[in-house]
Design a protein around this ligand. Structure first.
Ligand code: SAM
Length: 300
């Protein structure tokens, strides 16, 4: 059963051009679609290091690749990888950040308001912080800041106030309860997306500390590429894409001294001048619509 359709797969393979014998790390291996395709290209002489923090995904990956000796699977947050000891230098690093289809579709994971479930949203089922805790214990101000910063939600204060008032009577328990509360407290009822979509994205980012993890990845991963190695990141919203763009631009610029003179040549070059975008017409994979792929290469 294919539980998750990998986004931008052919584009990723074309731009990374994996060759036989190369080693790769997939930091968000999920249901193994990207890894499987990379493995096919690098063959028996290449190795894959697969990470995911979701125990369901890791269970699936272990089963999927159980007969393959060249695949190493870790249930780890990519923010916690000890790059000096956990894996060797590799030729390809990919990260397809965001949520998998099973996370969104399995009702009890509490990511979506399409069906009613306890507020959860944890990618790592073992962590303590969940959406219930965020919604019922964070201050009104902190909630407003999260909705504004991570959801770019303009009614952030009004929504946070409605939540703070509602939870005085009883804790807010479920996804649909929260979505209805948000919809009832905002004027934005005519847009293309449900009025709770941006806040749900913001809560998910907070629960999973997604931007902190991406920041750590952008700092450590490039250094662990072999010469000629490529780092590819697929992101799904503008906050992440901005972080990737800025970090890659910085990597590809020469270092300057205090007089503005170049003191060293850049160690990396950009492979995607502009991000490669997922198709908004991809009916088989609606997640692809907001996907953006950027790639940087370590110069020989
Ligand atoms: C979009 S899916 C990846 C799908 C995968 N490329 C495939 O082809 O099946 C994103 C995955 O990244 C995982 N993930 C997100 N943030 C993570 C992090 N900081 N550390 C480890 N895994 C993470 C999620 O649990 C999810 O399984």
């Amino acid at each position: 059963m294919n539980r998750h359709i990998p986004v931008l797969l052919s584009e990723l393979l074309e731009i990374l051009n994996p060759i036989e014998g190369e080693d790769f790390a997939d930091l968000t291996a999920g249901y193994g679609g990207h890894s499987e395709a990379l493995l096919e290209k690098v063959g028996d002489k290449g190795s894959g290091y697969l990470f995911d923090k979701d125990s369901e995904a890791v269970k699936y990956l272990r089963h999927k690749f159980e007969t393959n000796k060249n695949i190493n699977i870790y249930q780890t947050d990519f923010a916690d990888i000890d790059w000096d000891t956990d894996i060797p230098q590799v030729d390809i690093i990919i990260a397809d950040i965001g949520v998998s289809s099973p996370q969104l579709d399995d009702t009890e994971r509490g990511f979506s308001f399409k069906s009613d479930a306890r507020l959860d949203m944890r990618m790592n089922q073992q962590q303590e912080l969940d959406a219930y805790t965020v919604i019922n214990t964070y201050s009104e101000k902190d909630l407003a800041d999260i909705f504004y910063r991570y959801g770019e939600e303009h009614s952030s204060r009004r929504i946070a106030k409605a939540i703070a008032n509602a939870r005085k009577k009883a804790p807010i328990q479920s996804t649909v309860e929260l979505a209805d509360l948000i919809a009832g407290s905002t004027h934005n009822k005519t847009g293309k997306i449900h009025p709770a979509t941006k806040c749900f994205q913001a809560i998910r980012i907070e629960v999973n500390q997604e931007l902190d993890a991406l920041e750590k990845l952008l700092q450590s991963a490039p250094k662990h590429l072999n010469a000629g190695g490529r780092l590819a990141i697929i992101s799904f919203h503008s906050l992440e894409d901005r972080m990737v763009k800025q970090a890659f631009n910085k990597l590809c610029k020469p270092e300057k001294d205090e007089f503005g003179q170049n003191v060293s040549k850049p160690e990396y070059k950009s492979v995607t001048k502009k991000p490669i975008k997922g198709s908004e017409y991809d009916k088989s994979n609606p997640r692809a619509r907001s996907a953006k792929l950027r790639v940087v290469e370590k110069i020989n």
